[in-house]
Each structure stands twice: as C-alpha cells, then as structure tokens.
Design a protein. Structure first.
Length: 379
C-alpha cells in the first residue's frame, strides 16, 4: 500500500510540472510574438530611408559634346599665279572689308595690260579704216546702180561695185570682232592686275596667315589658302553633335549651358539656333548637328575650344520628383513603395522626364506630401 501511495504522488507532481512548463512556454511564445510585432512596427516606421514628395520645378537637359567656331570663316586664295611682294597683315589682327592683305608682284601684269591696250588701239585704228572703206564702197555702189539704171554702166561693172561693197562690209565686221576680242583681253589684263591685290571680303579677324614675302603662288584648280578670316568673334557658334535618341527633343530657341577646359567650374550660356537635318555617322552611331549662338563680347572664348554641352529641352513647374532609387520596374510595371499608416505599400506610377540632378518626374500615382521608400537603412 505504501508503494502505491508513493507512486501516485510522484505522478501528480510530474503532471503539475508539465502544466507549469506549458504555461511558461505559452507565456514565452506570447512575449515573443508581441516583441516581433513591436519590432515589425518599429521597423516599418524607422528602419527605412524615405523621402517626402514635393512639387518642384523640373529642368530636363540632354548632354552632348561640341566645339566653338566662328560664325563665318573665309579662305582667301589668289586667283592668279605670281610672287608675293608685300604682306600687310598677320594672324589675330582685325581687318576691314576691302582692306589689302597682300600684294603680288605686278611688273609682268602691268606689261601685259600695256600690250593689250596697245593692240586694242591698233585694232580700233583698223576698224576706223575699214569703216571709211565701207562708206566709200557704199557710195560707189549707189552711183553704179544709178548709172546702170540710166543704161550708162555695164552689168559687169555693177557686179564689181557690189563685190567691193560686200568685201568692205565683211572687212568691217571682221575688224569689229577683232576689237571686241582685244577689248576682252584688256579687261582680262586689268582684272589680273586687280587680282594681284588680295583684299579682305569681310570685316573680321585674321585667324591664320599662310604666306610669306617672296613665296610663289600657283593658281591651280585648288589654290592654297593664304589667309583664313573670321567674322566678328563677338559672337561665336557652338556646334554640338546630339544622338538620334535625343535630337527629337531639341528645337531652336532652347537655352544651352556649356563649359570649356579653359575656365573650369564656370558655366557659360547660349541659345539653340538650328537643328540640322543631315545625319553624322560616328562609329556606327547616328548624330545630328545642333548649332547655338554664344555671346563673346569679352573675347575670352576662342574658335576651336571643345565644350561639354547641356541643352535644356523642357522646364515644368510643380512637377513631382523622386530619386531614381525609389523606382522599381517589375514585370513591365513601374512602381514605388509608399509609406501608408506606418506600412510600405507598393503602388504603380507613370514616370516622366529626368531632372538635371537625376531625379525622376512622376506624372501619376503619387501626390505631394507622400513618403516613398528610397532604401532600407544600413543598405
């Protein structure tokens, strides 16, 4: 009997221990669940980096590289062969329209003109002589016709008078052609003499001089360039090559920002003047030339400088902008994570242009004042 009582008490004690353990386990599980819930609540609200969406001004720009050039450049070449006698100007000097740049030796040209004028003078004398002979032949024919009508002149004598008139008339015509030919020779000799003086066709600046005194100039089909002139450098032209993917956004009148290595950290401005139609193929990529007008009144910019170019193609007030890290694309959907009631909710959006600082415009799906996820803290 004693053994039975002892066994029953032991079983009862073991049962109490099990119930206590289960209660403790339940309490621990409940505490863990509450802690996990509290952790999730805390993580939803404070474990993520978010930004508040504001309405701001969007500025969309496209990037290109370009070169500064003079608006107008002219190559000055000699139209005639000769030896350079005088050089009147040099690179970087300003010149006026019509100003002499250089002079070829004119001795031979002056002699050719004098000879042409003398030949023309002789031809004019022969022309006058032939005119007198024609008048005499005309009078002789008129008298012969009157005598023949009165029966006082034979047919053969009349024919001879007519022949003399035709011959005199032909000689007169030949002399007229000769005079015209020699007049052309005189004009050509005078032009050659004028062309010996090389003059500036524009008001501008000499960019380069490629000629020296004593140099022989040949008038080949493609004669050498002796001077390169530029129109006034107070306004330059910025030529930028824009990719075919971006050129559809570019139009005349858009503002341009650019920088050059000569002035690091400084941004200069211009205005788009023209978007050219002709394509440029560079390493199998297609580009289009965009030209912009650039003020250069201070003369700090020079033709040939390379530039980094930003063309402003759009500007919109009250645009909603978010960092690019806030946007995800999944299965063809563009979306963001929005904080709602302490929790993150995925929401579809429609994106627009990219601001010049890299942030992305949201056209629909967000409202000003909402918070969007950028990244988890510590990531």
């Amino acid at each position: 009997m004693q053994g039975d009582v002892t066994g029953s008490g032991a079983a009862t004690g073991l049962s109490r221990h099990r119930r206590t353990a289960r209660w403790l386990l339940g309490i621990l599980m409940l505490a863990g669940a509450l802690a996990a819930y509290a952790y999730r609540q805390t993580r939803s609200e404070s474990s993520y980096a978010t930004v508040v969406v504001h309405e701001e001004t969007l500025v969309h720009e496209i990037y290109a590289t370009g070169t500064l050039n003079a608006r107008v450049t002219i190559d000055v070449r000699s139209r005639i062969p000769g030896v350079v006698k005088i050089v009147d100007t040099d690179a970087d000097r300003r010149v006026a329209r019509g100003q002499r740049l250089a002079l070829l030796d004119t001795d031979l040209l002056e002699a050719e003109l004098a000879q042409a004028e003398a030949t023309l003078e002789s031809a004019n004398a022969l022309l006058e002589k032939s005119a007198v002979q024609l008048r005499e032949a005309a009078l002789g024919l008129e008298r012969a016709q009157e005598l023949a009508s009165a029966g006082h002149l034979s047919r053969s004598e009349l024919d001879a008078a007519e022949a003399r008139y035709r011959s005199a008339n032909a000689e007169r015509s030949a002399q007229e052609r000769q005079v015209a030919q020699y007049e052309a020779a005189v004009r050509r000799a005078r032009l050659n003499l004028e062309h010996a003086t090389l003059r500036s066709p524009i008001d501008g600046v000499v960019l380069s001089r490629n000629v020296e005194v004593g140099q022989t100039v040949n008038a080949t089909p493609q004669p050498p360039t002796l001077f390169v002139l530029a129109a006034d450098l107070a306004e330059l032209q910025l030529d930028a090559d824009v990719s075919e993917a971006d050129v559809g956004h570019v139009a005349a009148g858009q503002p341009v920002r650019f920088s050059v290595d000569a002035y690091p950290g400084r941004l200069l401005t211009g205005v788009v003047k023209e978007v050219r139609l002709g394509p440029l193929l560079v390493q199998q990529a297609v580009y289009y030339r965009v030209t912009a007008a650039v003020e250069n009144a201070a003369g700090q910019l020079r033709p040939g400088m390379t530039a980094d170019v930003w063309i402003e193609t759009a500007r919109r007030a009250r645009a909603l902008l978010v960092p690019p890290t806030a946007i995800a694309v999944e299965a063809g959907r563009t979306c963001v994570e929005v904080m709602e009631g302490g929790h993150l909710r995925r929401r579809d959006i429609v994106r627009g242009l990219t601001n010049k600082d890299g942030r992305v415009e949201v056209l629909s799906g967000l409202a000003a004042g909402e918070q969007v996820l950028v990244a988890a803290k510590g990531v």
